[in-house]
Design a protein around this ligand. Structure first.
Ligand code: PGA
Length: 253
């Protein structure tokens, strides 16, 4: 089975509910019928009800940007898997580098959150990638292999069908610097090889591995043409309907 292409937007801390409604209203007709890829928008928690409603009957799926691993309790400011599921949220980003960098997320908490999300039936977009110093030191392959192993610890092969890995070199996020298509292909390939080692070649071949980091309407086609790149996780360019649509078009070419 070959991997499904998934084009996902990560809105980060952008868009109010009314802006989300307007955006999806504009985007939906632009991406209608473009079904060679799955289309996902991961939005701030407060936008989820509006976004789910606006996306109803379209080919756009809605996700959250994080989720807590405990079912309920004294975790001020956090949101549970049950809360997301009840709203009709289908996907969740876990382990984004901004969570790791600014909010103390570690491979251990990423693993806990991933297990909780999978148990609740959510599809996980698991983010990992090296920082600039690690790439310069020539240890990118070791770093992404280690993150893959730690982040997927104790997760069954069967549950992997609901896991997408987003390879996001931290130095390329929001910086305008993009990994070259060759770099993206190579490192996504290292992640796939690691999944094959932990699980099986079958599981690795079926896994969607996205590239993320300044993917836009100009560079998407080249990146998506690479064998190991099965889609994108898109920040800045996911906030502009025309740019996001151009990336969906590149995945449908
Ligand atoms: P960017 O963000 O496309 O703005 O670089 C990607 C991401 O953080 O997922």
């Amino acid at each position: 089975m070959s991997a499904r292409t998934v084009i996902a937007g990560n809105w980060k801390m952008n868009m109010t509910p009314s802006e989300a409604k307007q955006f999806i209203g504009e985007l939906a007709p632009m991406v209608a019928g473009k079904n060679a890829c799955d289309i996902v928008l991961c939005v701030p928690y407060v936008d989820i009800p509006t976004a789910v409603e606006a996306a109803r009957g379209t080919n756009i799926h809605i996700g959250a940007e994080n989720v807590h691993f405990e079912a309920k309790g004294a975790f001020t400011g956090e949101v549970s898997t049950a809360m997301l599921c009840e709203l009709g949220c289908e996907y969740v980003i876990i382990g984004h580098s901004e969570r790791r960098q600014y909010f103390g997320e570690t491979d251990t908490t990423v693993n806990l959150r991933t297990k909780a999300a999978l148990a609740a039936g959510l599809k996980v977009i698991l983010c990992l990638g090296e920082v600039k110093e690690q790439r310069l030191a020539g240890i990118t392959d070791e770093v992404v292999a280690m993150q893959t192993k730690l982040d997927l610890a104790d997760i069954d092969e069967d549950a992997l069908k609901n896991v997408i890995i987003a390879y996001e070199p931290v130095w390329a996020i929001g910086t305008g610097l993009t990994a070259t298509p060759e770099q993206a292909d190579e490192t996504c390939g290292v992640i796939r090889k690691t999944v094959a080692e932990i699980y099986s070649k079958k599981a690795a071949d079926a896994m969607t591995i996205q590239y993320g980091g300044s993917m836009n309407d100009k560079n998407a086609a080249e990146l998506l043409a690479k064998k190991n790149v099965n889609g994108g996780l898109i920040g800045g360019a996911s906030l502009v309907p025309e740019k996001f649509t151009a990336i969906v078009d590149a995945a449908n070419a």
